[in-house]
Design a binder for this molecule. Sequence first.
Ligand code: PMP
Length: 445
Amino acid sequence: IVTAYRQRTPGSADLARQAADLLPSGITHDARHVDPYGIYVARAQGPHKWDVDGNRYVDFFGGHGALILGHGHPTVAAAIAEAAAEGSQFGASHPREIGWARAIQRLIPSAERVRFTNSGTEATLMAVRLARAFTGRSTLLRFKGHFHGWHDHMTSGYSNHFDGSPTPGVLQGIADKTVLVSPGDIDAVAAVLKTNPDIAAIILEPTGSSFGQVPLKPEFLHGLRALTQAHGALLIFDEVVTGFRTSRGGAQVAFGIRPDLSSFAKIVAGGMPGAAVAGRKDILDLLDFAAAAAAGREKIGHPGTFNANPVSAAAGIAALTILAETDANDVASARAAELRAGLNEVLTQERVPWAVYGTTSGFHLFMNPQGRDITPATFDPHAASMDELKAQPAQLSARMRLAMLVNGVDLNPRLGGFTSAAHQASDIADTVAAFRESIRMLRAE
Ligand code: PMP
């Protein structure tokens, strides 16, 4: 498989050699680390991307989830071009930021006020700062495995830090201000809230970590809403991935829950850099000069050179308007359902004891690290443990990744992927065929 990959991708190999002397690990995002090297993409359109060697891939990274309309949607691309021609940074308010906030509010009823940031990391950072300032409490309740960006308040509880320890460079004192709970354990949440009066907020990925790789049930979310209300803590939905995807109104509309605050990124900016924290007016008022003064409180400072960047705003307005006015969100979900069914059919036919699962426009590949006797039909991710769902066999999933690339598909077997409204039935068929061929290649090695 590695030989076939190297033969197909000499241009990427050359660029990877150059990058190795310039960028740590030769990359710019940990999830882009591929052994022996990743593809270098020259361009992308719709559901496809092409590497520098001219190979075409059906893409299920979808810009890390940002591209529910696919690459280069013509309306979004035109909005970007128009805005860029008018100026990329005004150092002043501009009309598009109002339209952008309205486009969010149209789909997200809890967004009484919106503050734009540049990334999901910044959005969750602002959300927890608001929560701490609003409640006067300091501790966060988070869930093991849930990812909220890479800032200091979010490094424990993820990857190898389920014990609550911080990653290198983050202060122990900050990690100490997070209580970690197993996802789905409402009794444990209740116990923490009962015994710890310092919980400012609960923040979570509402469909479960990695967009539902370890899925949560809606009852759990309703339980969190009731418990936070009872104990004066805020409920923050990190909808960086689920926003505008789990439904047009995100997980909160899908499950009928009104969080106090939400973070949005990815789709919100239509494939450009951009993000937002949104929610209750009385909380966002902590960013408001007049409201803070009237309340006799110090305003939370929040500058940011590229906040509500006009080009990102234009892309965001275009994408959110399409989502509001067309069935694009449903189309993306339908494609994922076809994909999950097709991949599971391959597993069943090839008698591979794995399973593909997921909801709406996402999917996950369970590679059965404990070698349990399962079939796609019998596998229930809600009944599997978090450890089992997260513990993908590293070598196997790395080889699967390369095999799929060799067969013209870019997806991450370890985390899963996303469909877009641009994926066609033929892309799903190509992917299913590539999956079958990849399994045969893995077997032949
Ligand atoms: N929260 C969640 C749920 C995410 O998936 C991500 C990014 N994958 C982030 C926050 C961080 O967003 P960004 O990469 O824009 O900083």
